[in-house]
Ligand binder design. Structure first.
Ligand code: DOR
Ligand code: ZN
Ligand code: ZN
Length: 352
């Protein structure tokens, strides 16, 4: 069975400054192994992608190393707000972190938020890491400035219901959920210890039920929030939050299809059509993902991400990626990544 090339709108590729966790070559290999042919890279790198210099250097490195197509977010930072117009020229979208998570990027003041909404080009998305009442802040800004806002990794009943209310009133908001927030709960966080710790944290059984209830109407995309950290870091005293997801996302969602929790057509909307529409991404011609619906144990030994672990290790899923073609070339087949570093494209959008 063939699917279109999937798009992950939320990937941490760790360049610059975190190349021991992941780099463009390994992160995009992991993407292809998971049936993903385009990723949008997050800006909470070290230094963050909040200056034109950092963004341009990361784009050049991506062009040298990426095996699938990559777009990069710019990160909003109160000290670097003057760079927004220049950042907008080459970033796919702007990311604003309203809550605590990995890395130094944070926006906690209204003047910076106003500057972002007044300056960032209207045809490019503003995405937010917003939890609990911060979701209301984002909805308020979407209404005040009458422009689209995309909410990353929504994980709680109160958040998805607030977004459903906003959508009902016609506000231009969209949202993504991660497979780990759909398939794991706070009970798994206890079992997994640091390997089950991420931001947002895993929810209650009721939060997870709310996400499944809203998968067919309110939720727009499945995104991985692939956030690799080394095992040594995860087992250290100040363990960073985050879990990898590029190589397990499609298999988990195919499993949900076999359990009649969503249709295959809906999976394609959530993992291809809507991501492309929301971020105004280019088409990838002659690009397909061949999948087989068969019981498969998730094996972290054969993964392509540098981090080498997954919170889903040992779980049996009902689907696997057999072959991926990108622009007519076979880039992945039966466990092997065939695309060379640099064969992916760095995508940007015109100024309209
Ligand atoms: O768990 C997380 N890890 N959540 C985020 O928002 C950032 C990410 C990371 O970069 O490691
Ligand atoms: Zn986040
Ligand atoms: Zn993230």
């Amino acid at each position: 069975m063939n699917l279109p090339g999937l798009i992950d709108v939320h990937t941490h590729l760790r360049v610059p400054g975190g190349e021991h966790k992941e780099d463009f070559a390994t992160g995009t290999a992991a993407a292809l192994a998971g049936g993903i042919t385009m990723v949008l890279g997050m800006p909470n790198t070290s230094p963050p992608l909040s200056t034109p210099e950092a963004l341009e250097a990361a784009r050049a490195q991506a062009q040298a190393d990426a095996r699938c197509d990559v777009g990069l977010f710019a990160g909003a930072s109160p000290e670097q707000i003057a760079y927004l117009p220049e950042l907008a020229r080459h970033a796919i979208a702007l990311k604003i972190y309203l809550n605590d998570t990995f890395g130094p990027l944070r926006v906690e003041d209204v003047p910076t938020l106003r500057a972002c909404f007044q300056t960032w080009p209207r045809h490019k998305m503003i995405a937010m890491h917003a939890e609990k009442q911060s979701v209301a802040v984002g909805i308020g800004l979407a209404a005040a400035y009458d422009r689209p806002v995309h909410f990353c990794h929504i994980s709680r009943r109160e958040e998805i219901e607030l977004i459903a209310d906003a959508k009902m009133r016609g506000l231009p908001v969209t949202c993504e959920v991660t497979p780990h927030h759909l398939f794991l709960t706070e009970a798994d966080a206890v079992r997994l210890g640091p390997l089950g710790d991420m931001r947002p944290v895993l929810g209650t059984a009721d939060d997870v039920a709310a996400l499944w209830e809203r998968l067919n109407d309110t939720i727009d995309c499945i995104a991985t929030d692939h956030a690799p950290h080394t095992l040594a870091e995860k087992h250290s005293a100040n363990a960073p939050p985050g879990v990898p997801g590029l190589e397990t996302s499609l298999a988990l969602m195919l499993t949900a299809v076999t359990q009649n929790r969503l249709t295959l057509a809906r999976l394609i909307e959530l993992m291809h059509t809507n991501p492309r529409r929301i971020y105004n991404l280019p088409e990838q011609p002659d690009t397909q993902v061949e999948v087989e619906m068969m019981p498969t144990a998730i094996n972290q030994e054969i993964m392509h991400s540098k981090c080498g672990w997954t919170p889903f290790a040992g779980m049996t899923v009902n689907g696997r990626v057999r072959r991926v073609a990108l622009r007519g070339a076979v880039v992945y087949e039966d466990g092997e990544v065939l695309a060379a570093p640099g064969s992916g494209r760095v995508i940007s959008m015109s100024d309209e």
